[in-house]
Design a protein around this ligand. Structure first.
Ligand code: ADP
Ligand code: MG
Length: 342
């Protein structure tokens, strides 16, 4: 086995230098990347800048015993890109704050950065700076992402109108079931360190948990279809709480049809195995990073044949509240029980 270098052996500046070597910038709006006191950016004329940040804390948001560092790096970028996409904006740059325990090795940090580099490449984003320090607790990764959108074209949570159609991208519930599989295998491993994890049958849901993709593709496709959502939010905490956020901001109610909620077969199979109601996993699970958005009824024809967009209901007057309509037609007021940090 090759030698691993603990972080304390090389120090902050040498680490930054090693990371910097792997980073290349490609965005027209990046004037200066890593290396000075601050990066220099030049947004294109007529564009507005969006900025968002997400903090990932070991033991709260991820478990290094089953989360490979490369995937973690990828996810740290993807979740920020997802927030930028949810504003109808195109991501352009990120900066990365890193607090790593000194037990970490340089090679481990490089693995994390390799994941971030892959995500930057996939989403066309430049890594232009950050900050590095040690941590007495676990690993902390703070990613801040910037993006651009033509002035006035950003989509807020608040623009939904009663009668608008409610749509989601992709399928839901998978990430939560992936987490159940990983937690179960961890318990097996803790009981018997010789045990091999059994993940083969759960590839889809595990990948949904460990390596989510931001739906930037949907943003581009909606643009090509000539559809601008009236409101939008990304699904990080479960469909229920995101619908509630969107309706609260828009001053509307909603009718959400449980039979329309898109779910992949591997998700349904895993739910059955864990004795979980798949609808509950989609509503209250979280980390699916799909987009929830509303469009005017008049735009329905433009999206109805899109293979990766599903109509799940519509907005209503606020006085009608937010209701989940069961298969038999019975309406149940929705309770948001999404993941909360506290
Ligand atoms: P300062 O002391 O002025 O904050 P640093 O030594 O922290 O400067 O950073 C030097 C350069 O390296 C800066 O351009 C900064 O953005 C970049 N940098 C520092 N840490 C990271 C990191 N973890 N990832 C990417 N760039 C970083
Ligand atoms: Mg600094």
């Amino acid at each position: 086995m090759s030698e691993l270098t603990p972080l304390h052996a090389i120090g902050e500046f040498a680490l930054i230098n090693r990371l910097k070597k792997k980073v290349h910038t490609a965005q027209a709006s990046t004037v200066l990347g890593i290396g000075d006191d601050a990066a220099i950016l030049a947004p294109a004329a007529g564009q507005e800048v969006v900025v968002t940040t997400d903090l990932l804390v070991e033991g709260i948001h991820f478990d290094l015993s089953f989360c490979p560092l490369r995937h973690l790096g990828y996810k740290a970028v993807a979740v920020n890109v997802s927030d930028v996409a949810a504003m109808n904006a195109t991501p352009t740059q990120i900066v990365v704050g890193l607090a790593a325990p000194s037990r970490f090795t340089v090679e481990a940090v490089e693995e994390l950065y390799e994941g971030m580099r892959l995500a930057c490449e996939a989403y066309g984003v430049d890594l232009v700076g950050g900050d590095t320090t040690s941590s007495r607790a676990g690993l902390v990764i703070a990613v801040t992402a910037l993006g651009q959108v033509a002035a006035g074209q950003a989509v807020r949570r608040s623009g939904g109108q009663p009668t608008d159609i409610l749509c989601v991208s992709g399928d839901l519930g998978g990430a939560y079931l992936g987490l159940q599989v990983l937690e179960r295998e961890k318990q097996v491993f803790l009981a018997d360190p010789e045990a091999q994890p059994e993940l083969d049958n759960y590839e889809y849901v595990v990948q949904r948990q460990l390596r989510p993709e931001a739906r930037l593709d949907i943003i581009h496709e909606l643009r090509e279809l000539g559809v601008t959502p009236t409101s939008m939010i990304d699904i990080s905490d479960g469909l229920a709480s995101e619908v509630m956020h969107l309706c609260a901001a828009s001053g509307t109610g909603a009718r959400l049809f449980s039979e329309f909620i898109p779910m992949a077969n591997p998700t349904l199979e895993a739910a059955a195995e864990f004795n979980l109601d798949p609808i509950t996993c989609a509503l209250n699970g979280g980390e699916d990073y799909e987009l929830l958005f509303t469009i005017p009824v008049a735009d329905h024809a433009k999206i109805k044949n899109h293979p990766d967009i599903t109509v799940i209901g519509h907005l209503t007057e606020q006085s009608d509240a937010v209701n989940l309509i069961a298969k038999g037609g019975q309406a149940v007021p929705l309770q948001a029980q999404g993941w909360t940090a506290f």
